[in-house]
Write a protein that binds this ligand. Structure first.
Ligand code: HEC
Ligand code: HEC
Length: 388
């Protein structure tokens, strides 16, 4: 499907030379501050963003980001722009060819087919990712993004791109980072304008003194640096996975895992249900749907008019199917349970030291391995075996 729709994207969609602004987030802040963003403010934001990051055909990397060595110009040029190839026959426009049909040209997650998918394609502009080796709140590593693109996300619309050459996957992973950094800076500027400035006060005032303008530009530069550094940092934040104790009894580990799953401390049962069918709490939403209160019908109507897809409650995973969206290797499951799943209600585990007194609340690393064993034992078994 990706190939057919990719060809369609290449030929059927007009792409502007600037990225569309993040209207959904602007609407959120307009509501929060009870103050509309005037057309003048919107034009200023669009110009500032284009000065910093260029457009879909000619991406640019601000100096603060470039100095951190996050981007490689050759990859960026190959992933951006219209679909085609260079003189040497190397592909160009990779993102529009393979990804924009779902993720949208700006990475807003609202490509032409997005509305039929559940879950919806990711909006990269929040800089929030689910399946990664780093803790909640941290960015994914380049390798995390590569892996998602290579393997896809089983059980969702996200396809595998294993057939692409390795360098194209690198280029696409980096382009996801570019769209994220860009999107987060845009959100930061919207926050700043809504929270700190009068509606008629420019972010950078061309009539101000040189000194004042330098101070105003420093606000932007600090914002760009903060976002870029959070990406740079991710490589050093990978959660270590220490193997379980050797010689453990697998049946005992599964039994202990089951006890933890149903118990008050891990409380997996709250969302995944007593039989792990994903039928516990099913009325919550993910963070992308929580830009506004998804239960407020007036806010919701305005939100959808601004280009967002109608929010749908998130489904805790049915763990008896054995389809793991973030990978089914023991270390993947370990990290999912240890770190939780960013942007979703699935919490990180409360970790305690191995020799803590039994009254200390929390799970040890061995407990996490017991949960991994229990979960891995479920697929293919009847749900009635959840009873002792
Ligand atoms: C047919 C639709 C579709 C296409 C095409 C597609 N994706 Fe996705 N993608 C999705 C969906 C749906 C999700 C959300 C899955 C979820 O939330 O579990 C997603 C999620 C992602 C994520 C987020 C992973 C995370 O950990 O949060 C990344 C990164 C991603 N896609 C990159 C890409 C790239 C790069 C391409 C092109 C090479 C691409 N996608 C093409 C549908 C698509
Ligand atoms: C507050 C609700 C909540 C609690 C508590 C919770 N989960 Fe989840 N869990 C979810 C949701 C929602 C998802 C699906 C996230 C997604 O992919 O968007 C999920 C997904 C998972 C997955 C699938 C990962 C993958 O790669 O597909 C596993 C495994 C899992 N949970 C295990 C656990 C375990 C073990 C516990 C207890 C330590 C637990 N969960 C506690 C809500 C919860």
């Amino acid at each position: 499907m990706a190939v057919v729709l990719g060809v369609c994207m290449a030929g059927c969609y007009r792409v502007s030379d600037t990225f569309p602004p993040n209207r959904v987030y602007t609407v959120r802040l307009e509501r929060a501050f009870r103050q509309p963003f005037e057309p003048q403010r919107q034009a200023e934001l669009r110009k500032l963003m284009t000065d910093l990051f260029g457009g879909p055909d000619q991406p640019r990397v601000p100096a603060e980001v470039r100095s951190l060595g996050l981007f490689n110009d050759e990859w960026l040029a190959a992933a951006a722009g219209p679909v085609g190839s260079d003189k040497g026959g190397r592909s160009k426009g990779l993102f529009r060819e393979h990804c924009a049909v779902c993720h949208g040209v700006s990475g807003d997650g609202v490509g032409p087919v997005a509305f039929v998918l559940k879950p919806y394609p990711r909006d990269f502009r929040r800089g929030l990712f689910k399946f990664k080796a780093t803790p909640k709140g941290a960015k994914p590593t380049h390798e995390d993004l590569r892996r998602i693109i290579e393997t896809g996300i089983p059980g969702t619309g996200m396809p595998s791109y294993r057939v692409l050459p390795a360098w194209e996957i690198d280029a696409l992973a980096q382009y996801v980072t570019y769209l994220s950094v860009r999107g987060e800076v845009e959100r930061g500027l919207i926050d700043y304008a809504a929270g700190e400035l009068r509606p008629d006060q420019p972010i950078v005032d061309e009539d101000a003194t040189d000194e004042e303008q330098a101070t105003q530009r420093r606000v932007i530069s600090d914002l760009v640096s903060t976002v870029a550094r959070s990406w740079r940092q991710s490589e050093s934040l990978v959660t270590p996975v220490r193997p379980p104790k050797s010689g453990r009894d697998r049946n005992a580990s599964i039994a202990r895992g089951r006890e933890l799953f149903l118990g008050d401390v891990a409380n997996c049962v709250k969302c995944h249900g007593p039989s792990a069918l994903g039928d516990g709490q099913t009325t919550d939403y993910d963070d992308w749907a929580k830009e506004i209160d998804p239960t407020d019908s007036i806010a919701l109507a305005e939100y959808c008019r601004s280009g967002a897809l109608g929010p749908r409650p998130i489904q805790p995973r049915n763990l008896r199917l054995g389809i793991y969206h973030g990978g089914g290797r023991p270390e993947d499951l370990y990290r999912r349970i240890h770190n939780g799943i960013d942007g979703t209600p699935m919490p990180a585990a409360l970790i305690k030291a191995p020799n803590s007194p039994p009254s200390t609340k929390g799970l040890t690393e061995d407990d996490i391995w017991c949960l991994v064993d229990y979960i891995s034992s479920l697929p293919g078994t009847s749900e009635t075996n959840s009873s002792p």
